[in-house]
Ligand binder design. Structure first.
Ligand SMILES: Cc1ncc(COP(=O)(O)O)c(C=O)c1O
Length: 386
């Protein structure tokens, strides 16, 4: 106990302690937290679907029809017709290759923990971008394959490492949209390298699915399809609900279904969520205006950042980080925003590299242009105050 207490105090002193805030309203541009309404820039609900009445109604109908719990894992008796339909719709929508199928997972974290150890093991090698999400790194470690990390976006280093490798099987894994930087991975070049070295390419599109490529995700953004691509999309961000899916060649999906431990040994997600997700997918398909609105807000935000003293990263996505650097400074900035009624989370190591603590501003189609201009005005005022 003493050791834990000392370690917690050291965390706190380094500006690394985290705290949760309990939200007491639906997700949206404005949320109620600790008794006050704040303007919110901390959610991955990029299309504003998390509290859409059509998703809520679909979930309610799903609960009335199927109940609230799946009762068992998919392979025992927890696989429902709603899961099945959603899987078919997702594989048609993303279409990562001919003869593709999709498989639902309870979370993106679990999906990645499933994919990598199924495709690679001892004697194999996993190559990952240094800014990949933590769960891709954890998946690589779990696989027991050699884990080689290359500098962010450095295709020359990756190419060199692939050439040097004597591994039996190789897998390149990458965030499609980097979760804390917002930039898009060079997927065409990564696929080229994968082809050249006969490697798998695992594309984690947690922050692209629903938004990029007309909503089909980042493969569609680049017009890519290949049997060596394993696509992972999450359903708790732009899709507004919860869960994740893998879309890939049917042989890959069947292998995951048969052997992936994070698929086999966990209770299926409630079928009512699959019902809500069918409604979500219909909106992603039929309402491009949400993505257009998001693009307008992104342009509006970026146009207003030129005079701010913090480093604005070159992101064209809804993730717009302002890099402050120091942990204490970013906490103070986030607290000053909070005092003025704006919720913008401070992101610190180990989520981002040392010395690059930042405000992660996440824009959503739920925001109004005036919300963005208010954020810019408060940031400008705080910058002037110093
Ligand atoms: C790039 C990336 N992959 C995977 C995940 C995990 O997805 P989930 O939240 O569904 O577990 C996240 C975020 O949470 C992410 O940002």
């Amino acid at each position: 106990m003493d050791e834990l207490t000392v370690a917690l105090a050291a965390r706190d002193a380094a500006g690394l302690a985290r705290r949760r805030r309990a939200v007491d309203s639906p997700q949206g541009a404005h949320v109620t937290v600790e008794g006050r309404e704040v303007l919110h820039f901390g959610s991955n609900d990029y299309l504003g679907l998390a509290s859409d009445p059509r998703l809520i109604a679909a979930a309610q109908r799903g609960a009335a029809r199927f109940g609230v719990g799946a009762g068992a894992s998919h392979l025992i008796s927890g696989h429902f017709s709603a899961h099945d339909t959603l899987e078919r719709e997702l594989s048609d929508w993303v279409a990562p290759c001919a003869d593709a199928r999709a498989l639902l997972f309870s979370t993106g974290y679990l999906a990645n923990l499933a994919i990598v150890p199924v495709l690679c093991g001892r004697g194999d090698a996993v190559f990952g971008d240094r800014l990949n999400h933590a769960c891709l790194n954890d998946a690589a470690r779990l696989s027991r394959a050699q884990f080689i990390r290359y500098r962010h976006g450095d295709l020359d280093e990756l190419s060199r490492r692939l050439t040097q490798s004597r591994a039996k099987r190789k897998l390149i894994c990458t965030d499609a949209v980097f979760s804390m930087d917002g930039d898009i991975a060079p997927l065409p070049q990564l696929l080229e390298l994968a082809e050249m070295h006969d490697a798998w390419l695992l594309v984690d599109d947690a922050h692209g699915f629903g938004v990029t490529g007309g909503g089909r995700g980042t493969l569609a953004h680049f017009g890519l399809a290949a049997e060596r691509i394993v696509y992972m999309g999450t359903l708790g961000k732009a899709a507004g609900v919860s869960g994740a899916f893998v879309a890939a060649h049917r042989a890959v999906v069947e292998t995951l279904l048969q052997t992936a431990r994070p698929y086999v040994f966990t209770t299926a997600s409630p079928p009512l969520l699959a019902c809500a997700l069918q409604a979500s997918l219909a909106i992603i398909r039929d309402e491009p205006q949400r993505r257009e609105r998001l693009s307008t807000l992104i342009a509006c935000f970026r146009a207003g950042t030129a005079t701010l003293p913090w480093r604005v990263l070159p992101s064209e996505t809804a993730i717009q980080p302002l890099v402050v650097g120091d942990n204490a400074e970013v906490l103070a900035l986030s607290a000053a925003l909070w005092q003025r009624g704006l919720w913008v989370p401070a992101i610190r190591p180990p989520t981002v590299p040392q010395g690059t603590a930042r405000l992660r501003i996440a824009l959503s189609a739920a925001h109004a242009e005036t919300d963005v201009t208010r954020l810019l005005a408060v940031l400008a005022a705080l910058a002037e105050r110093g």
